[in-house]
Write a protein of this length. Sequence first.
Length: 185
Amino acid sequence: MNSYLALLRGVNVGGKGLLSMSELKNTLTTDGLSEVRTYINSGNIIFSSAVTDTDKLAALIRSSIEREHKLTVDVAVFSKSDWEQIIAAAPAWWGKDNTWKHNLLVMIRPHEPQDVITAIGQLKPEIEAIKVGDGVLYQSLSLASFGRTTVHKLVSSPVYKQMTIRNYNTATKLVGLLGATSREV
């Protein structure tokens, strides 16, 4: 069995896409995933499976949610080693300055990080930074100048619906949770 992380887009955000994590855990266990655990209420799922194709796992989770919970949700799935590599490959500035907001923009396949770069255009390097990673973008934004960053272009762009976002703390915490057994969580 291999360990995986599934990230759901738009679940339990702003009173929309409401989905009970305990009910979801039961659904996914019934549908063949093992050691299913969730972290916080925003659609972070850690699980084990003998299936090695992450696209098939994403499709299984998506169809399970639609069938049992009547929600259409985009899903990104990563193996434990892929997620560890994504976090290890982060730029040195990501997550370091507490006067900035740090996010990981995770693209939903088949969409690519370059789509985001094209949508937002020229960055303002004194108040924001973005680096393309493997299916993700590492983003940092000055909290003091947040209203002047290009993030507003992103939120109003169609590309915004092609990703799910996790803050630095959640993204890095998930590495440890992927390494923990279900009895430790």
